[in-house]
Design a protein around this ligand. Structure first.
Ligand code: PLP
Length: 428
């Protein structure tokens, strides 16, 4: 089939606007009439720098990210290693920041003449007794992130603020527990970070607003650029590009300048080693990447270019840049509303997996006839016959998953809505 005959609802990698891909095929061969393609030029060339600058600027505009000058600003980083790489980077970084703060405190309050060994022993006690990483586990991805934290710093340091599975009959994900049930680390000063996943891609659970929490870090891999974000509530936000932003291979991070002090003010590798804490790879080290304008090592500039094109296109589709992200949110709501509407219209055929209050606009997780294997197979087969592809649920949970990312056109959602109704009527 031709591209125009297919509507793809895969969860990631996911569709990109056709116009962006058409332009991409040209720049792969010849970038800006230089006679050489975009993947062949140096990441340190003026062209690459211009791509980086314009992509950052578009992201800043879209999400109203405070400028990087001054402590209230935010830095934008481009990294590799995907969302999973950031599961680790967040731990390395937030632990290092927390340790540096305690170290400074101990040094300021030590009596003159106290040896470094004594001070380090005091610091080790503080780390052992107090340091916690708070995780909100609301689905498979935040669970994975919390498991990575446990692998790096030890299970005893990971505080599961809420495990959504314990708040639901059947023990499956599908709710965001009420904040009055959270078991956050009691003393805020002990909490190195509070981690949450804004949209759980596998389970179809999306936060309606950022949760409470000290030193808030968010994984927005699967709903980045789909609605405005309260950036200032966060210490850091990250996400892989391959769903709403661009191609696989680049990860974006938005980090508060308050959490990006000069290296000299962070816990260095020597100190971390003495404490038995992990020292991360330099390519995941946010301050190193920030200091080098994301060019510490070879950055896939083509991926950055794609992301920039996607963002600039989004801006260009709206009369003024500041309304672009709201416009995207409205469109996402419209498509998701249409699809959920069709599903809710046939409760004897379709059951949406998560609770109504946390339904994701991006990943719509459904069981057909309560998870009847033959019915789900027939649903997928019928969809494919109509060019509606990528609807199989994640291998860990099964069922059907409709990924409604930004590049899924309204017309595609309409076609799928019609199929949902048609299939349901046939089954009656
Ligand atoms: N976080 C979320 C919410 C995701 O959906 C995914 C991947 O689908 C990841 C993290 C992991 O991303 P990556 O495969 O880029 O490491």
């Amino acid at each position: 089939p031709d591209r125009k005959d297919i509507h793809y609802f895969g969860a990631g990698p996911a569709p990109l606007p056709t116009e962006v891909l058409e332009e991409a095929s040209k720049v792969l061969l010849n970038y800006e009439k230089k006679g050489i393609g975009i993947t062949e030029i140096s990441h340190r060339s003026p062209e690459a720098n211009a791509i980086l600058a314009s992509t950052k600027s578009a992201l800043r505009t879209l999400l109203s990210i405070p400028d990087s000058d001054g402590p209230d600003g935010y830095e934008i980083l481009f990294l590799q290693g995907g969302g999973s790489g950031e599961f680790s980077a967040t731990v390395y970084h937030m632990v290092s920041i927390w340790v540096a703060k305690q170290w400074k405190h101990i040094q300021n309050h030590s009596h003159i003449g106290v040896g470094e060994d004594v001070a380090i022993a005091a610091l080790r006690d503080v780390v052992e007794e107090k340091m916690k990483l708070d995780y909100l586990v609301t689905g498979s991805w935040s669970l994975k992130a919390s498991q990575e934290a446990a692998r790096l710093v030890g299970e005893e340091k990971v505080n599961i603020v809420a495990d959504a599975r314990k708040h639901r009959e059947g023990g499956k994900f599908g709710v965001v527990p009420a904040e009055d049930t959270f078991t956050a680390t009691t003393d805020e000063a002990d909490c190195a970070m509070t981690y949450y996943c804004d949209n759980e891609t596998v389970d179809g659970v999306e936060f309606q607003a950022p949760p409470s929490g000290h030193n808030l870090v968010a994984d927005m891999s699967s709903n980045f650029l789909s609605r405005p974000i309260d950036v200032k509530r966060h210490a850091a936000i990250f996400g892989g590009a391959q769903k709403n932003i661009g191609t696989t291979g680049v990860t974006l991070a938005i980090i508060s300048k308050k959490f990006l002090p000069p290296h000299a003010e962070m816990a260095d590798s020597k100190l971390l080693r003495k404490l038995g804490l992990p020292v991360g790879p330099v390519v995941l080290d946010w301050p190193t990447i920030a200091k080098n304008n994301s060019l510490y090592n070879t950055l896939p500039i083509f991926d950055v270019w794609i992301a920039g094109q996607v963002m600039e296109r989004l801006i260009s589709l709206h009369s003024d840049a500041s309304s672009a992200i709201k416009g995207q949110e409205d469109e996402s709501d419209k498509k998701a509303g249409m699809l959920y509407g069709a599903l809710d219209g046939y409760p004897e055929i379709y059951s949406v997996v998560p609770d109504m209050s946390v339904r994701s606009r991006m990943n719509i997780c459904v069981r057909v006839k309560g998870g009847h294997a033959e019915a789900e197979k027939a649903f997928l087969k019928g969809a494919e016959a109509k060019g509606l592809m990528g609807l199989k649920g994640h291998r860990s949970v099964g069922g059907v998953r409709i990924s409604n990312y930004n590049a899924v056109p309204v017309a595609a959602a309409e076609k799928l809505t019609a199929y949902l109704e048609e299939f349901a009527k046939e089954q009656k």
